[in-house]
Design a protein around this ligand. Structure first.
Ligand SMILES: Cc1cc2nc3c(=O)[nH]c(=O)nc-3n(C[C@H](O)[C@H](O)[C@H](O)COP(=O)(O)O)c2cc1C
Length: 333
């Protein structure tokens, strides 16, 4: 029932692809080794050889299946070809059309395809395209947020839409512990997808200061102030840091392009300069004014109290959900 066996993985726990370069081989392998499904994140530019290296490095750390996430708003055709050539278990796509053609191409390579959607309309298109599962993202989610509806209202609508088709639904947005897991199962999901919780793990490639802030802070805001030039019309949920508070009312015609450089980082295979108001979260290589960089996080951030090994996150979710159902709900009937 429910929590085992989505897409053949041991548990219905999914670690979201975390951009720009936060979910690397170490995190993905740790999640896979613990029985979950972890996603690498492809670069936002074509770099198929680098991506193949990333996949192979992950394979050297785990014998279990894993996936790669691709943001379709950026150049991606060669990257997708590399993912299909490498025959990873699952291709996750977001922010763009998951077409029938793409689904067919993935299936011809033996790769399952799972879009993340934020509305009923997007879910309808995904079902029509023939996808293998759907990640339903609620407005509570950290990072880029494509829809307006909260998970508690959107997910049951998608459940009803899917009906008796064999398309597992995976709930994303504001889930960080066993309570959220059980709530998602009650709403009709077969699995859960967590971003912020896996960001604050030992194996994530986030900058240590960013991980610490995920533990310390408890408020987020939905905004569009970061990365407007590079990725327009792409609202996101961020930690409510003092820096964000200072810059949240910048006029609509301003963006990172005219701002000073405040740091630099290696993002995948590129060394980049980070401008003030850029949409690039600090990773382990980032130097400069870290406090003034965007930090994506979901609404349940205040429930995260410690940085844990990723395997421990998976274990606590599974065991906690089992206990919760046994102790709290088995007596009701
Ligand atoms: C730091 C960060 C980076 C993210 N990057 C991506 C991404 O590259 N692609 C994607 O599909 N979703 C991305 N997301 C969103 C997740 O897929 C997911 O919807 C979200 O994390 C769920 O909400 P939660 O953070 O409350 O768990 C990101 C989320 C965070 C926190």
């Amino acid at each position: 029932m429910g929590w085992r066996g989505i897409l053949g993985f041991e548990y219905g726990i999914v670690q979201a692809p975390l951009g720009a370069d936060i979910s690397g081989p170490e995190l993905v392998a740790a999640v896979a080794n613990a029985g979950g499904l972890g996603f690498l994140r492809a670069p936002d530019w074509e770099s198929p050889d680098y991506l193949k290296e990333l996949i192979r490095k992950t394979r050297s750390l785990t014998k279990k299946p894993f996936g790669v996430g691709v943001v379709l708003a950026f150049p991606h055709e060669k990257n997708i070809q590399a993912i299909l050539d490498e025959k990873v278990a699952v291709l996750q796509v977001y922010w763009g059309e998951c077409s029938e053609e793409l689904v067919l191409k993935a299936h011809q390579s033996g790769v399952k395809i799972v879009p993340q959607v934020g509305s009923l309309e997007e879910a309808k298109k995904a079902i029509h395209a023939g996808v293998d599962a759907i990640i339903v993202q609620g407005h509570e989610a950290g990072g880029h947020v494509i829809g307006q509806d909260a998970l508690i209202s959107l997910l049951p609508k998608v459940v009803d839409l899917v009906g008796d088709r064999d398309i597992p639904l995976i709930a994303a947005g504001g889930i960080v512990d066993a309570r959220g897991y059980v709530a998602a199962l009650a709403l009709g999901a077969q699995g859960i997808c967590l971003g912020t919780r896996f960001l604050a793990t030992e194996e994530s490639h986030a900058h240590p200061a960013y991980k610490r802030k995920v533990v310390e802070y408890d408020a987020t805001e939905y905004t569009d102030v970061f990365g407007r030039a590079r990725w327009p019309d792409a609202p996101h949920r961020v930690l409510h840091t003092p820096f964000f508070n200072d810059c949240k009312y910048i006029p609509a015609d301003q963006n990172e392009a005219g701002q000073p450089v405040i740091g630099c980082a290696i993002i995948h295979d590129r060394e980049i300069e980070i401008h003030r108001l850029a949409g690039v979260v600090p990773n382990a290589t980032t130097t400069g004014d870290i406090e003034s960089m965007v930090m994506y996080a979901g609404q349940s951030v205040g429930l995260i109290k410690e940085i844990l090994p990723a395997g421990e996150v998976v274990k606590r979710l599974v065991e906690g959900a089992q206990l919760l159902i046994k102790n709290k709900f088995s007596d009701i009937l």
